[in-house]
Design a protein. Structure first.
Length: 558
């Protein structure tokens, strides 16, 4: 298996970084989503190749709800645990820890690359950040810094960089997952017809450093065309002994965190592409002579730990990947032009069900409770304000999961009361409506829909808020997709011709974009917001008219 240093050097990764910024000298990788209260890992790969330095002093500043548990130094010779201690954090809101890497150590001398692996523990939080600051020191004097031109990582201070982490709460929607112990096999030969491109989509969580976990086999020749692996530095690659490589951008995979994988096979383009968390890490030639109907996807565990699988999908893809990826966090698959051909959610009580399926080959696998980021879709709520009434209209989220919908109302947006209950009929096209009388003792009123699911879990629509003194001039929908990366759409329906202002703010109240300011006619208007140049996090969009305003929250998750 390729060593991480060979990978980085052969790709000329630092040359690529320097093409963007002459001083780029490290690569920071961290997970997109982390379970609340869970451990996770962050990887920093750098070297002392460009600097005349004795050591690297690294400062780590975990924000709210995160603490550093362990720091490892990994080199080609092995790994060692680095001590760390509290550091002066004057000017910061959060306490810092500090560690250092001595370059007189033979493992980190002579321009060698090395990895700093940081294990962190989270509390029950929705979002937080981890800041980094690194000084290369020679004889007690700072000679340079850890630097990158990646704008997504830029912090609030010079040479400070920030990993932005989104956290999620475990729900019952994920059900069960498939556990693969050492020597386990779960192989699928999907007997499906594909008219366009085949997309294989799945979630995986590892508790292991080095593993080959997916083989793609040509059943006609009984040969393995492609392998997906992580090496001893948890660097992810796809490999082939048969077919030509088109691109390779290795990625780091944190242990104890769920990762979303996709394999896109395009016979028209003669290519097979591999994605992790929606980022492409490898691409190979896929010959026209190989039929997708003859492929077997073999999930195996040849490592020294365990890993889990959840929600494996086989999709006939007839559009871009981004619209399809919007369904990756939900049990239900929604698409205008692609078709779901086969899906495994592993929510059966007995693994024996799969033994009778001729398209499946399994060995030493079991079912366990899943904590994957798979959720129930929330209802989409809209509201119209009439002269004396409110008209609420919504469509079900994951309609097959819903048992009932409860209409809730609040005077302060915090304490809600039930005002109506409707049974769900579990059909896709069903629209639900509720007509409520205005309250005389409240100037502002909030509404939301509570969806109760078959497993007892609940999910809420976004809140709608309206003042009762005046009839509203417009209705705004929740942006879609949400979370989004990097763009999303905001839809506003004007009930009358009026002047409108649409502004996007960050949580500090700073304006980051003005989508419209001026007159618009009655009707539906759509606005695109592009967050390519912004860091991940929570943003607010506010729509204002002369008589009414409304603000909603959206999440940029890169």
């Amino acid at each position: 298996m390729l060593r991480v240093f060979t990978i980085w050097i052969s790709l000329g990764i630092f040359s690529l970084l320097n093409a963007q910024g002459m001083n780029d000298n490290f690569k920071l990788t961290y997970p997109d989503f982390v379970l609340q209260g869970n451990r996770f890992e962050i990887s920093i790969i750098t070297s002392n190749e460009f600097l005349d330095a004795d050591k690297l002093d690294l400062y780590i500043i975990p924000h709210r709800g995160i603490k550093v548990e362990k720091i490892l130094l990994r080199t080609e010779s092995g790994e060692e645990e680095l001590p760390f201690s509290g550091a002066t954090s004057e000017g910061y809101l959060y306490d810092a820890v500090m560690t250092n890497i001595n370059f007189d150590n033979s493992q980190t001398s002579g321009g060698s690359f090395f990895q700093i692996l940081i294990t962190l523990q989270s509390d029950l939080i929705d979002y937080s950040e981890i800041e980094f600051y690194g000084e290369f020191v020679k004889g007690g004097r700072v000679v340079d810094y850890l630097q990158t031109s990646n704008i997504d990582l830029q912090g609030d201070y010079p040479n400070h960089y920030s990993a932005k982490i989104n956290f999620y709460e475990k729900t019952g929607a994920a059900g069960k997952s498939l556990l693969l112990d050492v020597g386990s096999v779960f192989a699928i030969s999907p007997q499906v017809e594909i008219e366009h491109n085949l997309l294989v989509d799945f979630w995986a969580k590892f508790n292991i450093k080095e593993i080959t976990f997916l083989n793609i086999i040509n059943r006609e020749t009984n040969s393995t065309g492609y392998r997906v692996s992580t090496n001893e530095f948890q660097i992810l690659t796809a490999e082939s002994d048969i077919y030509a490589q088109k691109s390779l951008t290795p990625d780091f995979v944190s242990n104890d965190v769920w990762h979303h994988f996709s394999v896109l096979i395009s016979p028209v383009n003669n290519s097979i592409e591999f994605f992790c968390n929606d980022n492409k890490f490898s691409e190979y030639e896929f010959p026209a002579s190989v039929s997708v109907s003859n492929l077997e996807f073999e999930f195996v565990n040849n490592g020294k730990g365990v890993f889990q699988l959840d929600q494996i999908r086989f999709i006939d893809l007839n559009e871009d990947l981004n619209p399809v990826w919007r369904s990756s966090n939900f049990q239900s698959f929604v698409s205008d032009s692609s078709k779901l051909k086969l899906q495994f959610n592993f929510n059966e009580n007995d693994i024996g069900k799969y033994n009778s399926d001729e398209s499946i080959r399994l060995q030493n696998v079991s079912l366990v409770e899943s904590d994957a980021p798979i959720f129930t879709r929330a209802p989409e709520l809209n509201m119209r304000v009439l002269s004396n009434y409110y008209e609420l209209e919504w469509r079900g989220g994951d309609v097959k999961s819903a048992v009932e919908y409860i209409v809730e109302r609040s005077d302060d947006g915090i304490k809600f009361e039930e005002i109506a209950k409707l049974n769900a009929d579990n059909t896709e096209a069903k629209n639900y409506t509720y007509l409520g009388e205005k309250r005389k003792n409240s100037e502002v009123v909030y509404f939301r829909i509570k969806q109760v699911n078959k497993d007892g879990s609940v999910v809420y629509s976004s809140q709608v808020k309206v003042g009762q003194g005046e009839t509203e001039d417009f209705i705004i929908e929740q942006n879609y997709p949400n979370p989004f990366n990097p763009s999303t759409q905001i839809t506003v329906e004007l009930l009358e011709d009026t002047d409108i202002e649409i502004v996007v703010y960050n949580l500090e109240g700073k304006t980051v974009a003005v989508l419209h300011r001026g007159y618009l006619s009655k009707g539906v208007h759509k606005f695109k917001f592009d967050g390519s140049e912004l860091p991940s996090g929570i943003y607010l969009y506010k729509v204002s008219s002369p008589n009414f305003s409304q603000t909603k929250k959206m999440i940029l998750a890169k």
